[in-house]
Ligand binder design. Sequence first.
Ligand SMILES: [Zn+2]
Length: 229
Amino acid sequence: MRHRERHRTHRTGWLRASVLGANDGIVSTASLVLGVATAGASPEGILIAGVAGLVAGAMSMAAGEYVSVSSQADTERADLARESGELAANPVQEHAELTAIYVKRGLDETLAASVATQLMRHDALGAHGRDELGITDMMAARPVQAALASAGSFAVGAVLPLLMVLWLPATVLIFGVSASSLLFLALLGMLAARAGGAPVVASVARVVFWGALAMALTAGVGALFGVAA
Ligand SMILES: [Zn+2]
């Protein structure tokens, strides 16, 4: 008999971010490499394009993540500052507000009021932040960590197709990079699904489909320009 269910929702935040980063790294670097290769670039040219893509992608992930998480942190800070002002100015009204929230969640009026009183005595701003604004310590935004994690996971993903460029002979480079990248994507999708407790086949099919589409499109563009040049 199982007495404890294993919930994994709390793990999906950082997991989702790092899988997305690695996924992006594989798809964009492999696509870039394939586009340049089908256009007829030299092996050195292909490698330089791939490395430049790794650096550009990692930096763009870091910048995007930093900006988005910082603005989220600013919003949360402003919300908490406003809440803290309201708590000081209208403690009675704030107590009623919190009571109403607990009544809505299913407590009766008396119990709700008593819970609100005790929680506000313990940590008024914490209780209002959590139950009224939905801000928890766990979710507290950390822009620098988020930026580093995104850039790092992108770079880890991007290195995989680049290693293939280094190892594979030029004759099988296009096929080898596409096939190995789809395999990496499938493995990543599988790991993410297993770790998050989600259905594996659907997860793998999604990442492989989008990866294949991205690579096919950039390879097509490369081939067009290669013929035109
Ligand atoms: Zn409040």
